[in-house]
Each structure stands twice: as C-alpha cells, then as structure tokens.
Design a protein around this ligand. Structure first.
Ligand code: SAM
Length: 286
C-alpha cells in the first residue's frame, strides 16, 4: 500500500444508488430486462438520453459518459457531483405546501430572478418540484416555464442525504454532458457500450410519419439515431436501445436483434389507468 491519501478507484459492488428524480419514460419497469442484456464486458459506458438514469445507477460502470438535452437535469447531476453538501443544505429549506410550491415553481416567470439563482439553488428547486409536482412530470410551456400543478402528496421525499452522497461519489468519475445525443459520435470507440433510451415513438402513430414530433423528438430524429446505431456497430462497439413496439420501430431496426418485452405503463393521458404494453429492446449483439 502506498502512502498518502487513498482515493476510491471504483464503486463497491454492493453500493445501491437510487435515481434522484422521477422521469417520464423511466426505466424501472423494464430494468431487469435491460440488466440481463448488458454485455458482460465493455470499456466505456455511454448513456446519451440519461433522464433519471435508472440503468446507469443500477450498473455503476466505472468509466461512464452521461448526456441529456435537458439542461436543468444535467445541471442537477453536476451539482450533485461537485457541491453535494451545499445542495443538501439548500434542500432542507423547502416545505410541502401548495402556497410554497407555486412560489418556487413560479420563479421562472421572472427570468431575471431565475437567472440570479445559483446552480445549487436551481438544482434544489428542480429536485423539490420533481418530487412534489403532479406525477413527477417535467413539462414546460412554450416560454420555457415549468407548468405542472402541485401534486398534493402526503409525504413526498425530496431529500435523501445518504443517496445523494453516494451518487456524488459515483459521479466523480463520470463525464456529464448537456447536448444533442449525437455528441457521443466522436467519443465512442471499439469495445465501448452505448445504451440508447430516446423519447419513444408514439403508439398511435400512423404510417405517415413525416410530420410527427413528440416533445421535440421527430421521426427524423429517430432515423438520425438509427444512423448513429449503424455507426456504433460499424466501429465495433455494442449498443442496446429501448423503444415502443410499433411498425415504424420494427422496420427501422429490422437488421438488428429485436426482442419484445412487456412493461406496465400509464395507458391514458392522466396516468390513472395502467396496462401492460409491449416494448422492444434492440441490440447489435446476442
Ligand atoms: C425516455 S427518456 C430517458 C429515460 C431514462 N432512461 C430513465 O430511466 O429515466 C428520454 C430522454 O431523452 C432526452 N432527449 C430528448 N431529445 C434529446 C436529444 N435530441 N438529445 C439528447 N437527449 C434528448 C429527454 O430530455 C429525456 O430525458
């Protein structure tokens, strides 16, 4: 053993880290199906649509790159990594009342006030709103204002100190990016593994796809993503991708290994009715 400070080189295998935010399309439903399909060995791990990060925090790969288009979300991960104690202190100031919720939520109606918030305060607000808003949704209007109503939950938990500290330790070796998913193209090399979890192609789409957009992710974007999958495949890296079970996705990925799995999902718009639906897991390996 050398002298001097010991640094943690990897996360112990029995560490359990829970996602901090509830996220639409969160993968907890099919997490086991994904886990058993992850390659036994790979170099670097990439997750370009990380969202709540169900898979990365279950796997805790040693050398990872996470990315998402949502800048509030990625600011949160950076703050958890770099300033976790300040974040924990700030999270303690919140209370679960309707009045307080709307006061905090509506800060973004005054851009000057919002811009004066520090990254820690932004992350704290983001986590608090995610945990106390209706259904853990993230939705902003055309002006970028968070517009989900108060959830009225009895005991929402927005502060789990131990979990935040574990996540902070883990993220110390993770590259955190906030860009379009194609940012990873030049970073992936032979032997790496990429998990793609894009916004799903909607189930009720018809075969006339060209005009369709879902939260800004169009069918053109899905084709762009398939193109990136082909690139990852060509350079000798592995990918796994989840998506909905539709004619479009089955056709788009037909040359790869497609498996159908079942997930319990909200099947109507208000999320009150749940049903079993089919989803697909696509891989370029067995
Ligand atoms: C299905 S969710 C991922 C859910 C995640 N696997 C989880 O467990 O919570 C898709 C994510 O893609 C992000 N996204 C949408 N368009 C994107 C783009 N062009 N590039 C990168 N991320 C994007 C969204 O912000 C969202 O977090």
């Amino acid at each position: 053993m050398g002298k001097g400070n010991l640094t943690v080189k990897h996360t112990p295998a029995n560490t359990k880290i829970k996602p901090v935010v509830k996220w639409a399309g969160g993968k907890r439903q099919i997490l086991n199906e994904l886990m058993v399909r992850v390659p036994a060995k790979y170099n670097r791990y990439f997750e370009p649509f990380v969202g709540g990060g169900a898979l990365v925090f279950a796997l805790l790969p040693r050398n990872a790159v996470i990315n998402d288009y949502n800048s509030e979300l990625m600011n949160m991960y950076k703050v958890i990594r770099d300033r976790v104690e300040e974040l924990i202190e700030d999270l303690k100031k919140h209370v679960n009342t309707r009045e307080y919720y709307y006061k905090i939520r509506n800060i973004d109606r005054e851009p000057e006030r919002y811009n004066r918030l520090t990254p820690v305060e932004k992350a704290s607000r983001f986590i608090y709103l995610n945990r106390t808003c209706y259904n853990g949704l993230y939705r902003v209007n055309s002006r970028g204002e968070f517009n989900v109503p108060y959830g009225n939950y009895k005991n929402p938990v927005w502060l789990d100190e131990n979990n935040l500290r574990l996540m902070s330790e883990y993220l110390k070796n993770v590259a955190i990016l906030n860009d379009d998913f194609e940012i990873i193209r030049d970073m992936v090399h032979e032997g790496d593994f990429v998990y793609f979890d894009p916004p799903y192609v909607p189930l009720n789409s018809t075969s006339n796809f060209t005009s369709y957009t879902d939260k800004g992710f169009s069918l053109e974007d899905h084709k762009r993503l398939k193109n990136l999958c082909d690139y990852v495949d060509r350079i000798g890296a592995k990918f796994m991708l989840s998506n909905s079970y539709t004619e479009f996705t089955l056709e788009l990925y037909r040359e790869y290994n497609i498996e159908v799995v079942k997930a319990k999902r909200a099947i109507n718009s208000d999320g009150s009715k749940r049903g079993e639906i089919r989803e697909i897991i696509v891989r370029n390996y067995e």
